[in-house]
Design a protein around this ligand. Structure first.
Ligand SMILES: Nc1ncnc2c1ncn2[C@@H]1O[C@H](COP(=O)(O)OP(=O)(O)OP(=O)(O)O)[C@@H](O)[C@H]1O
Length: 350
């Protein structure tokens, strides 16, 4: 009968492709046990459904299975703990965002719920609260920040670094300004990730208290890929009160959590409408969706933004509500959400 030590020695042949060391030396193969001709062991990976999983399992089965006296190889796949991940894959800060204190990525379960409107006005709210703020529009499907802030769709460079556009006190870069650089918007997973890292690395963001990122909508690859390119970001989920929107947000929350991304909380957009004839708000899209989701997921509901025609208009005419009417009821919600997020982030970084 083979011993655990002998099996371990044979498995040293399996090398991690990027870390260039045997999996067993990295502690990623562990708990080897031999019972008769059966070998069981644990394989600990970054994620239990990543691209390397199948390859490693196959390599282990083939290597151990080829040994004399071994007829069955059972591999139990688990994910590495937070500490192990940090030790094996330390997160290197990207050069362009070294001096950025906090990153908030705005996400949604589906398109059209007002994610970009929230990202733009939230960035302006941070700025109005006295914080130096940048805005990165990473919505690969339809970067609309240049339109919302009436900015040119091109970038300027100085000494090999991209200069953000300055508008209303914000430093802004949008994928919509990079069309010339990338020829066409064919955004597949790896390209999205590369482009976002490129923008974080090569943009001269300078010293910022906040960088707000407008993520692509939905539960698909792009939103996860973008969020993963910036692991230090906390995510703000935007929903509307209807059940159809909640279903997608639930899916997004699960997905972000699976990828170990921190979700700061939820905001409910188009929550209610004040018609001017009555002091009672009208809940056009139903009642309590955000609260229900907050109870279910344990995520805080950080604000309820009304359906506000001025807010919508600001999206079209290049002057957002936080600039045209900073003291309005809707603007005050954004200012409050920004304060809550800042409180949370400051507490987390202490
Ligand atoms: N609270 C609101 N009141 C009135 N209009 C709003 C509100 N929020 C968003 N809108 C309007 O709804 C439309 C969609 O908003 P926005 O582009 O921000 O959504 P989105 O979720 O970013 O969409 P996508 O992700 O599909 O690009 C815009 O015309 C915007 O002005």
């Amino acid at each position: 009968m083979m011993t655990e030590k002998e099996i371990g020695a044979a498995l040293r042949a399996i090398i991690h492709p990027s870390l260039k060391k045997p999996l067993i030396d990295l502690g990623m193969i562990r708990d080897i046990a031999v019972r008769g001709t059966e070998v069981t062991l644990t394989l600990a990976l970054k994620s239990d459904h990543g691209p390397l999983k199948e390859k490693f399992v196959r390599d282990i089965e083939q290597t151990a299975g080829a040994l004399a006296d071994v007829s069955v190889v059972k591999v139990n796949v688990i994910t590495l703990s937070e500490e192990e991940l940090q030790r094996l894959f330390p997160r290197v800060p990207l050069k362009g965002i070294e001096k950025v204190r906090h990153i908030v990525a705005v996400a949604s379960g589906k398109g059209g719920v007002g994610k970009t409107t929230v990202a733009v006005n939230l960035a302006l709210a941070f700025s109005r609260n006295g914080l130096r703020t940048g805005l990165l529009d990473a919505d690969v499907y339809g970067p609309s920040v240049p339109l919302m802030l009436a900015l040119p769709e091109s970038l300027e460079e100085e000494a090999g670094m991209i200069l953000p556009r300055e508008k209303f006190g914000l430093r802004v870069v949008s994928l919509g300004m990079t069309a010339g650089e990338t020829d066409a918007f064919i955004w597949r997973g790896p390209l999205v990730s590369k482009m976002i890292r490129h923008l974080l690395e090569r943009v001269q963001w300078g010293e910022l208290d906040y960088l707000v990122i407008d993520l692509p909508p939905g539960t698909g690859d792009p939103s996860i890929t973008v969020a993963q390119a910036i692991p230090q970001a906390s995510i703000l989920m935007v929903t509307t009160p209807q059940e159809v929107s909640l279903i997608d947000v639930r899916r997004s929350v699960t997905l972000f959590q699976k990828h170990r991304l921190r979700i700061a909380g939820l905001v409910e957009n188009m929550s209610y409408f004040r018609c001017g004839h009555s002091s009672q708000p009208i809940e056009i899209f139903g009642h309590g969706g955000g609260e229900k989701l907050s109870r279910e997921t344990g995520l805080p509901l950080l604000g309820a933004i009304p359906f506000d025609l001025e807010l919508g208009r600001g999206g079209d005419n290049g002057v957002p509500l936080l600039v045209s009417a900073p003291d309005s009821e809707t603007s005050r919600v954004f200012l409050q959400v920004a304060r809550e997020l800042d409180k949370q982030n400051e507490a987390a970084s202490r």
